[in-house]
Design a protein around this ligand. Structure first.
Ligand code: ZN
Length: 340
C-alpha cells in the first residue's frame, strides 16, 4: 500500500505531466500536429472553421487513379477532402473528358487527412474544400509514382499581369475552367490575372459564371477550386460572396496597374503561427480521434503500393515549366483591397 504523502506526490506528478503535455500541445504550431497525421479522423465528415484556419473531420481520399484523373505529388499525402469535394472532382473529371475535350485531371494538393495548417505551402486548404487542379492535360497512360513527384506542370501564363501563352492556351482550357465554375457548389476559383483576362475575352454567352473566377498572385499553372461550406457542417465559416458583376472591368484592370506589385511601404508583419488554441475547438477533437479504419483507397495513396516506382516520361512542355515543389509562395501574398 502506498503511503498518503507518497500518493499525493504521485498524483501531483501525474497532474504536472498532463498539464505539461497539454501546454506543449497548446503552443506547438498546429501545422506540426496536423502535418503528422497520416490518416483521417474516424468521425462524421465535417469541415470546421475557415479555409485558412480550420480542419477536417472524416476526410475521404481522392483515389490516386480514376477513369479521368490522376493524383500528383503522392508523397505529400494531400489528396484528402470532404466527401463532397471528392465527389465534385470526380464529376468534373468525367464531364470535362466527355464534353470538353479535356483528357483528364491532374489533381494537385487538396487537404491533409485531417485538414489543418500544412507544414509547407498553402495558407488555405485546411477544411477539405480546396483543390488545386493542374492546367496541364493528363497524359493518356498511368504515371509512375516517381513521375507524379517530378513531373512539372505547364505554365499557361507568366505570373503577374500578362497574357496567356498562345502556344499553350487552348479552347479546351477555357471549357475545362468554365465547367469547373459552373457547378453550384463552387464558391470561387483562383487563377492568374492573365487567365481571367482570357476567360473574359473568350466568353460570348452568359457571363454569370465569370464572377466566380478570381484573379490572384501565382496560379499560373493551376486553378485553385474552392467549394462553399457543405451542408451538415455548422462549424464551417463561409467566405464573403464574390462581387455580382463578371469582374472583367475595373477589378481586373487593377491587376494590370502597378499597385498589386508595388513594394509595400511598411513591410508586412510576419504571420503568427496558428496553434491548436487558434483553431476551432472541434479541431482538438479531430486531432485526438482514432484513425478511420476504412480509409482504404487513401492507404494506397499514402503507401503508393499500386503504382510502379520507375518510369520516364517526357511531356511536351510548350511553355516555361515550373515545378510545383520549387515554386516560391506568391511574391506578395497580400489580401486584395475590398471589392477587387
Ligand atoms: Zn491552392
Amino acid at each position: 500500500m502506498i503511503e498518503k504523502p507518497m500518493l499525493r506526490i504521485c498524483l501531483i506528478g501525474v497532474f504536472l505531466l498532463f498539464a505539461g503535455a497539454a501546454h506543449a500541445q497548446g503552443s506547438t504550431p498546429a501545422k506540426k500536429l496536423f502535418g503528422n497525421k497520416p490518416l483521417p479522423a474516424s468521425l462524421a465528415p465535417r469541415s470546421h472553421g475557415f479555409y485558412s484556419r480550420g480542419c477536417l473531420a472524416g476526410g475521404t481520399a481522392m483515389p490516386v487513379d480514376g477513369p479521368n484523373w490522376q493524383a500528383m505529388r503522392l508523397s505529400r499525402n494531400r489528396n484528402w477532402g470532404h466527401p463532397d469535394l471528392v465527389a465534385y472532382l470526380k464529376w468534373l473529371a468525367g464531364q470535362a473528358a466527355a464534353k470538353d475535350g479535356w483528357p483528364g485531371l491532374l489533381v494537385g494538393d487538396m487537404s491533409q487527412p485531417r485538414g489543418g495548417p500544412m507544414l509547407t505551402g498553402h495558407r488555405s486548404h485546411q477544411t477539405g474544400l480546396d483543390a488545386d487542379i493542374w492546367l496541364t492535360p493528363m497524359p493518356n497512360r498511368q504515371l509512375s509514382r516517381k513521375e507524379r513527384e517530378n513531373l512539372s506542370a505547364t505554365a499557361v501564363v507568366k505570373p503577374g499581369p500578362h497574357r496567356v501563352y498562345k502556344n499553350v492556351w487552348t479552347d479546351a482550357h477555357f471549357r475545362l475552367i468554365k465547367r469547373a465554375a459552373s457547378h453550384k457548389r463552387v464558391q470561387r476559383i483562383l487563377v492568374a490575372p492573365g487567365i481571367k483576362k482570357k476567360l473574359c475575352e473568350s466568353e460570348k454567352g452568359s457571363r454569370r459564371w465569370l464572377r466566380k473566377m478570381r484573379p490572384y498572385y501565382g496560379h499560373n499553372y493551376h486553378m485553385h477550386i474552392r467549394l462553399f461550406c457543405p451542408p451538415g457542417s455548422p462549424g464551417c465559416k463561409a467566405q464573403q460572396a464574390t462581387p455580382t458583376d463578371d469582374g472583367c472591368g475595373k477589378a481586373l484592370a487593377w491587376w494590370y496597374s502597378k499597385e498589386p506589385y508595388a513594394k509595400p511601404k511598411t513591410p508586412p508583419k510576419p504571420r503568427k503561427e496558428i496553434t491548436l488554441a487558434g483553431l476551432p475547438a472541434a479541431c482538438s477533437t479531430v486531432l485526438k480521434a482514432s484513425d478511420r479504419s476504412d480509409a482504404g483507397p487513401a492507404q494506397a495513396a499514402y503507401a503508393g503500393k499500386s503504382l510502379p516506382m520507375e518510369g520516364t516520361v517526357t511531356l511536351k512542355v510548350m511553355g516555361p515549366a515550373a515545378s510545383l515543389a520549387d515554386l516560391p509562395v506568391p511574391i506578395l501574398p497580400r489580401s486584395r483591397p475590398a471589392g477587387r
